[in-house]
Design a protein around this ligand. Sequence first.
Ligand code: SF4
Length: 193
Amino acid sequence: MTISPQRELDSLIAKIDEKGLHPTLLLHACCAPCASAVLEKLNPHFDITIFFYNPNIMPKEEFILRFDAMKSLLSHYPKIKVILGEWNNDDYLDKVCGYEKQAEGGARCGICFSMRLRKTAELAKDFDYFATTLTLSPHKNAELINEIGEREAKHFGSNYLPSDFKKQNGYLRSIELSHEYNLYRQNYCGCKF
Ligand code: SF4
């Protein structure tokens, strides 16, 4: 029987707690609403740094709006550090060129996940683990995201934490917390396509 990513994560957290460890974690965050529920779950167990690397978000004004929402969320977590990744939207557009007409969930999204997780995996060489909030969305394929995370981790020699944060009411909790913290919630994934 295969173990679900969220159970795998829970079992790793249990082992970490048992040993009294508090490892460092680079958490790629796509937006504040998704990060809200993920931080609530992970913050008690890890020393977290947020990596806001989302060159897919368009237009630039929207990227700034989402980063501002992230800063507003982090005002509730004063110990968490944040790294703002470059908005290299031209690189993103080059990478997804030819896939513009695909619906959300198609090959363009795989390229988009890879771009963001590759950069995160590279930075994560200086951390004990890395993870992403991307698996919280019910519109995103957690299996594919985890495959990409593992692949990039292998490439850079970092440690990926598999997840499916939408499970265990994670997605619903993100909606509750977004209301509680009065966070901006966008009504589209990120790119203009
Ligand atoms: S729909 Fe979302 S995940 Fe897919 S390519 Fe656009 S921004 Fe990336």
